[in-house]
Design a protein. Sequence first.
Length: 286
Amino acid sequence: MYRGGARPLVIMLHGLLNNAETLRQASSADSFADSHDFAVAYGVGVHEAWNAGGCCGNVLTDDVAYVRQIVADAARVTPVDRSRIYVWGFSNGGMLAARIACDAPDLVAAVGMVGGQALVSCPEVPVRLVHIHGTADTTVPWRGGWSSYLTMFLPDGETESTHFAPGSTIRHVLWDGGHSWPWWAIGALWDFSAPLSLDDATSAPATTAAATTATAAATGATGMTAGTGATATAASASATTSAPATTAVSVPVSVPVSVPVPAEAVASGAVGEAVGAELVRTGSGG
């Protein structure tokens, strides 16, 4: 049990032209949060897009402020450990997660991208970021270049660490897949994030901003197909499906509890057009 009942909070950000429910289903974050005793909230992008610093959908909303609103909304309905806020996102949502690491270092202890690219640079702000990417992704190519789907050039993931300040911790987890959310991603994101806290951000030893890469052939993944808004489910993962060594082992330790955010907790039009968090879930033990 966490001190004072306060739990870590994970904010999940969906991809372009997807929605919160799509990401909820693809990630299995609800059941994982219940098992690992943290709260999870799902953001809702205006016009199903996020202002990630260059992508996507010509969105001009202040989505960094919106994520701050999500944290405030969640804290009103469940005790939140403010030193352990993590933002994880898919595709365009992952791009926003990287932006938040740069623009709101006081808010987040770590961020995670799945199938995104960092479109921002913060050479004076150390970040802690885990980046999961399919090497066969053509929507957001791992090595960057032109994306026909997004109609823009994207940076090379191999040079991502150069965008951030010395002292950053960048971990790359590559897998043999396309533009989708692999079934094991939620465990890998938690494995990276869970030990990290804002309390240790200034005292932790500096690390070189170089990527550590793990390769996985997770061909039995469950993921989201870009642009369709649908969840594409491959054949159920079998014993032959391998995942990165960083994948967490999920051991249920709590009974699921759902805590809806009050309907009146609506962000202003300048920040977003949706409830700050659709649903906050907390585990009850562990």
